[in-house]
Design a protein around this ligand. Sequence first.
Ligand SMILES: [Mg+2]
Length: 165
Amino acid sequence: MNIFKAMKPDKVYKGVNDIPLDELRSMGKTCLLLDFDNTLGPDHATRPDQYAYDFIKKITDAGFSCCLVSNAKSGRSSGIAKLLEIPCVTYAHKPRPDGVNRALKLLGKDRNEAVMIGDQIFTDVIAGRLASVYTIMVEKYSSREIWYVILKRPLEKIVRLIGRF
Ligand SMILES: [Mg+2]
């Protein structure tokens, strides 16, 4: 896959609540693979806040299955997933596609039915694209970020400028 193609999401939305679930359903999508940090809540939170609980309820009520796909250490991400009562793939190794593939296997879903949703090009978007699933990027939940994510943001800006998204 062309490297720029691998970095360009299918769609970009301001936040997870702006994602049109009806449209995804009409495209045959049935499961949402979710990044956590700065997608469903603050970066490096140890527990979900109301925003995450509300979104998970919204998508579950709408009939979607979901799974966290997190690069975080297993303790933190599985703790968050447990509180949200959803399955979780830890040590996902995004941007490698293996975490996405593990999530599909766990949910028993085909890649055509899945949507990867996350806030970072160099982890979530590339992982989703390499796994050949529909990929949505959301703007970061908050400007507070861990240093190694801050370092990647200027590069993301350049990629977004070139890729026009
Ligand atoms: Mg993130």
